[in-house]
Ligand binder design. Structure first.
Ligand code: SME
Length: 161
């Protein structure tokens, strides 16, 4: 499975990078990343961005079942990733006391901070799976690379316009 993950991520990231070449709009990038990753990675059940907005997270572009609209920075895996600015991998959400159950089918998740090119946190990227322990260092590696390329090392349009 690990070998598979590497090759699937390589294909997915290559496709995303080619589609997004020369693009700068944040929403456009977020929507495209969600769509292509969900197409390639079979264990992605919910994939999307929660954007930092006036001291809370609000749901941004996503693919999957209805997401919570507001997440306080003090709540859930997304809140922890945003407040610590560190990647969170939760193998079993039932063992994470503060998990926010937007969808009861979710069993594991990875949440990564997203910074702009001024090193300012703008969002978190949340991927949920119905499989236990679906995410590991391989997901972290390729998703980090993707987010850096398209948000932190890029002339990003930093708002919704
Ligand atoms: N998993 C998140 C909540 C967002 S949804 O699952 C879409 C959390 O506990 O932070």
């Amino acid at each position: 499975m690990k070998a598979d993950k590497h090759s699937i991520y390589k294909q997915a990231n290559t496709e995303i990078n080619s589609i997004l070449e020369g693009e700068s709009n944040m929403i456009l990038k977020m929507a495209t990343i969600n769509c292509v990753l969900k197409k390639y990675l079979p264990y992605f059940y919910w994939v999307g961005f929660y954007c930092l907005n006036e001291n809370e997270l609000i749901v941004g572009p996503y693919q999957g079942t209805l997401g919570c609209l507001h997440i306080p920075l003090s709540k859930g895996v997304c809140g922890l990733a945003a407040s610590t600015e560190k990647v969170q991998i939760v193998e079993d959400v039932h063992l994470f006391p503060d998990h926010i159950a937007c969808d009861e089918n979710t069993r594991s998740e990875i949440v990564l901070p997203v910074w702009n090119n001024q090193k300012k946190l703008i969002a978190v990227f949340d991927v949920d799976s119905t499989e236990l322990a679906a995410f590991d260092g391989v997901d972290k590696q390729y998703l980090t690379e993707l987010l850096e390329l398209h948000f932190s090392k890029n002339n990003l349009v930093q708002n919704y316009q």
